[in-house]
Design a protein. Structure first.
Lengths: 142, 426
């Protein structure tokens, strides 16, 4: 369900760096909910949360990116269910910006980054959700 | 019967003459021729005259010979013998002379004995005097040394007394200064007493004001506590507003997400959501500012409260200090009054001491004079002792001379022999 208008991005912070998600890929932003641990799950999977009756896995994105452990007072970004029943635990949500206000740069330096966006001098990494989900599935299957 | 020797000569002459006169008649009876008778008469007369003359002269000169021999013995110093004259019925001047000479010899014996004894005594006494004089001379020298030491001591004493006099003069000046200082101290104590009294009054006034201030501070503290409580309530409200703003922000964010997901249909809603999000942001920031301000105010109020608490404690301590100060002022006042009394007493005593010191100075001056006189007298005594020592030495020489004279006299006297052969050993 893609809109025809210009793209908008949700900018969030993780360990001092700024990341972006396409607003179409985000279902909701919630406060860190009560979670239920998943037995034998890797450390970066915080647990299972109840998101409007759906069981949704909560991923500690900082841990998954090997950037440290989660921030308790952070925010949880629930992804659109068409991608996965997955929520990302991040440090904070910064803002929603229009793609028009950003400068794009296609050259990337890691597989988790789809594009590099620049809001003035701020460097924002557009998260490559497909790669992230594949890598997460790979870690779960391992 | 005493007959003078002249009469004896006359009687002898008469007897000789009578015999010569009666001889011719006797010769005539012999019957010789006149020539023979004359010659015989002359011869017999001359013979009888010679015989009688010899008998008479011998009789007359025997005592004189005895006297001559006795005087010769006396002249030789022999006083051992008495003159024993021939017993005669007719005593004459020779017998008297013998008696007189015997008496003279007896007297000479006594005299010699006396002179001997006296010479011995003089010799012994002169030796004793000589030894005593030597001892006295030695003692005089010791006395002279002692007097010399006394003289030096007297000079030292005079110097020390002079120095003491100077010191006492200075002490008298110091005592006078002490008296002045004591009067000044008394005056200062009076002034201090007045100052302490003023200080005590001020301390009481300060105490009253401090109590009032302390009450005000306590009231301020209570009002501040109340204000702090209200600030806490405001803080809670601001927290609540902040939480609402945060949730509103989250809702606006999610509304924006929903609007974006709604596509064209959600554009208007997205604008509203964006405005709501901005308002929530503004409200959140304002709430955060309020919270920050409240935190700052809380911090400031905490500091002010601590300051007030410290001030209260300090004021409490100050109150105690002022109480103590007031008490101290009272004690100072009492002490100063006592000090004033004592300094007055010191001033009076110093005045008396000054008078006493002046008297002491005059007495010390008198003592100095006496010490100087003593020094002079001891010098005179020293000189007199030296003269005495010299005189003693002269006396020693004189007693030695006297001993020699006594010994010489004894030797001379020993030339006289007396019965018993007593001869004094020198």
């Amino acid at each position: 369900m893609k809109s025809n208008g210009p793209a908008r991005y949700l900018i969030f912070a993780l360990r001092g760096a700024q990341y972006a998600l396409d607003l179409q890929d985000v279902a909701e932003v919630v406060e860190p909910p009560p979670t239920f641990p998943i037995p034998c799950a890797p450390g970066h999977l915080v647990g299972i949360m109840n998101f409007h009756g759906n069981l949704t896995s909560v991923l500690d994105l900082a841990n998954f990116q090997n950037m440290g452990n989660l921030t308790p007072e952070g925010k949880v970004l629930v992804l659109d269910s068409r991608l996965a029943n997955l929520a990302l635990w991040v440090d904070s949500v910064i803002s929603i910006v229009s793609a028009e206000s950003l400068r794009r740069e296609s050259a990337v330096d890691d597989e988790m980054t789809a594009e590099l966006l620049y809001n003035g001098t701020d460097k924002i990494r557009l998260l490559a959700l497909d790669n992230l989900i594949q890598k997460l599935e790979a870690t779960i299957n391992d | 019967m005493h007959i003078p020797i002249g009469y004896k000569f006359i009687l002898g002459f008469i007897v000789v003459v009578a015999s010569v006169a009666f001889v011719p008649d006797g010769v005539k009876h012999l019957g010789y021729s006149p020539e023979i008778t004359n010659i015989l008469s002359y011869a017999v007369a001359m013979t009888i005259g010679l015989i009688l003359g010899w008998i008479f002269s011998k009789s007359f000169t025997k005592n004189i010979s005895l006297l001559t021999a006795a005087t010769e013995d006396i002249s030789q110093g022999d006083l051992t013998k008495d003159i024993v004259t021939r017993n005669s019925v007719f005593l004459d001047e020779t017998h008297d002379m013998a008696v007189s000479i015997n008496r003279m010899v007896g007297n000479l014996r006594e005299l010699v004995k006396h002179i001997r004894g006296t010479s011995e005594n003089v010799s012994e006494s002169s030796r004793t005097i000589s030894s005593s004089a030597l001892e006295i001379n030695a003692s005089s020298e010791e006395v002279a040394q002692a007097v010399e030491q006394i003289s030096r001591g007297a000079e030292t004493q005079a110097e020390m007394v002079t120095k003491s006099s100077k010191v006492i003069h200075e002490m008298a000046i110091s005592v006078d200064l002490i008296a002045r200082r004591a009067r000044e101290a008394s005056k200062a104590a009076r002034e201090t007493s007045l100052t302490a009294q003023r200080g005590g009054d001020l301390a009481k006034d300060s105490l009253t004001r401090m109590k009032s201030f302390f009450d005000s501070v306590e009231l301020i503290g209570m009002q501040f506590m109340d204000l702090n409580t209200k600030l806490q309530q405001v803080g809670k409200i601001a927290d609540f507003i902040g939480e609402i703003a945060r949730q509103t922000n989250l809702l606006a964010l999610n509304a924006s997400i929903e609007a974006a997901r709604a596509g064209e249909y959600g554009k208007g809603f997205a604008v509203v959501a964006e405005e709501v999000r901005k308002l929530a942001d503004g409200a959140g920031k304002s709430a955060a500012d309020i919270i920050e301000l409240i935190a700052m105010v809380k911090e400031e109020s905490r500091r002010v409260h601590e300051t007030i608490a410290d001030s209260s404690r300090n004021i409490s301590a100050g109150k105690k200090n002022i109480d103590t100060t007031a008490e101290s002022f009272r004690e100072i006042l009492n002490t100063v009054i006592e000090t004033e009394r004592k300094t007055n007493s010191i001033a009076d005593l110093s005045q008396m001491q000054t008078a006493g010191a002046e008297k002491m100075v005059s007495m010390i001056d008198e003592i100095a004079k006496v010490a100087e006189d003593n020094a002079a007298s001891t010098e005179e005594v020293s000189a007199a002792t030296e003269e005495q020592s010299a005189a003693m030495q002269e006396m020693v020489h004189a007693t030695a001379e006297l001993t020699k004279l006594a010994e010489a006299l004894l030797k001379i006297v020993e030339q006289f022999k007396i019965p018993g052969g007593a001869q004094l050993a020198l």
